[in-house]
Design a protein around this ligand. Structure first.
Ligand code: NAD
Length: 331
């Protein structure tokens, strides 16, 4: 199959691309490198020189008109009169472009919101032209600071429209709405994954997400920073489980959004203690002020994924943490 992946230099995309390319698909990746790692792309280009192509670009700029005017874009993305064979069409698009780490997405809030709206709209238009099925990476953040626990897909969320997380939380909500509009009014064949915290090798060690912070600090011999008193909870899904869930969803006929996440809810202070136990028992925990609108708890309701996709996360937090620590030690 010919497949397009946006956000291809990112953490999740690296693992997704490994799966797709090892299955023999031809994949084109797009990334503007706002939070991706150069190494992810260069390693994939080395490993799959015949079947992987990379376009460094911002999806916000990728209107149909711009694509047709730029040679290096149209070569892989256009379907003009010279595109003779059916193989030139993308059959599937995984739309992952958007920084997932708060410090990075808050760095340029307008750009984050624009990525979710204008960028997604451009990619949806491309999907229509190619008649491709598209899977969008939504997030548990659309539930905001939830009052319902665990969070089922029917829960409509508790999101602040005017806060430092709004560009991402509301951006992703709007991306879902846009997907609904394109599906109902233009017939876009869409799948929506609501991804809960996912972790593993190849995360950007400097992206400021909780586990990358803990592991990077512990490996440098620094005390671990916990925001607030650390009683806030999260559930952590190992990346191989998540990719399996995304692919099952892509292969399914399910149009409604689906939660994908693990059932190992843990408080952030316990997670810090676990990291200390695994890396260096001498380290201590230091506290900093809790950021505004930080959700107090997070745990996915996954009965929809279990029933409709036969999916459940398999890798335990201890196993996954050890694999991630090994990877971070190599860097
Ligand atoms: N990892 C998680 O825990 C998690 C949880 C929920 C949702 N998600 C979603 O999954 C997707 C991938 O997450 P990730 O963890 O791999 O994040 P990531 O930051 O590692 O990857 C995102 C990639 O998108 C690229 N990008 C951002 N804006 C872009 C733009 N305008 N044009 C082109 N490329 C752009 C970045 O450079 C980066 O390589 C994101 O959409 C994220 O919101 C991830």
């Amino acid at each position: 199959m010919k497949i397009l992946v946006t956000g291809s230099a990112g953490f999740l995309a690296y693992h997704l691309l490994q799966t797709l390319l090892s299955e023999g698909h031809f994949v084109v990746g797009i990334d503007n490198m706002v939070s991706g790692l150069e190494k992810n792309t260069s390693d994939l280009l080395k490993e799959y020189p015949k079947t992987f192509r990379f376009i460094k670009a911002d999806i916000i700029e990728m209107t149909t008109q711009n694509i047709s005017h730029k040679k290096e874009w149209s070569k892989y993305l256009s379907l003009d009169s010279t595109a003779s064979s059916h193989m030139k069409k993308f059959e599937r698009i995984y739309h992952l472009a958007c920084p997932a780490s708060p410090p990075i997405y808050q760095n340029d809030m307008l750009h984050t919101a624009d990525t979710c709206y204008t960028g997604s709209r451009n990619i949806f238009e491309l999907a229509l032209i190619h008649e491709a099925r598209i899977l969008i990476a939504s997030t548990s953040e659309i539930y905001g600071d939830p009052e319902v626990h665990p969070q089922p897909e029917e829960y409509r969320g508790n999101v602040n429209t005017v806060g430092p997380r709004s560009c991402y939380d509301e951006g992703k909500r709007l991306m879902e709405t846009l997907g609904y509009i394109y599906h109902t009014q233009k017939g876009l064949d869409i799948r929506t994954a609501r991804i809960f915290n996912t972790y593993g090798p190849r995360m950007n060690p400097f992206d400021g997400r909780v586990l990358t912070n803990f592991i990077s600090q512990a490996l440098r011999g620094e005390n671990l920073t916990v925001f607030g008193d650390g009683t806030q909870t999260r559930s952590f899904c190992y990346v191989s489980d998540l990719i399996d869930g995304l692919n099952r969803l892509m292969d399914s006929n399910i149009i409604e959004p689906i939660n994908l996440g693990a059932h190992n809810e843990i408080s952030i202070i316990e997670l810090a203690q676990k990291t200390i136990q695994l890396i260096d028992k001498k380290l201590k925990i230091k506290h900093k002020r809790l950021p505004i609108d930080d959700p107090k708890m997070r745990h996915p309701h996954t009965s929809r994924a279990e029933k409709l996709l036969g999916w459940n996360a398999q890798v335990s937090l201890d196993e996954g943490l050890k694999m991630m620590i090994q990877d971070f030690k190599k860097e």
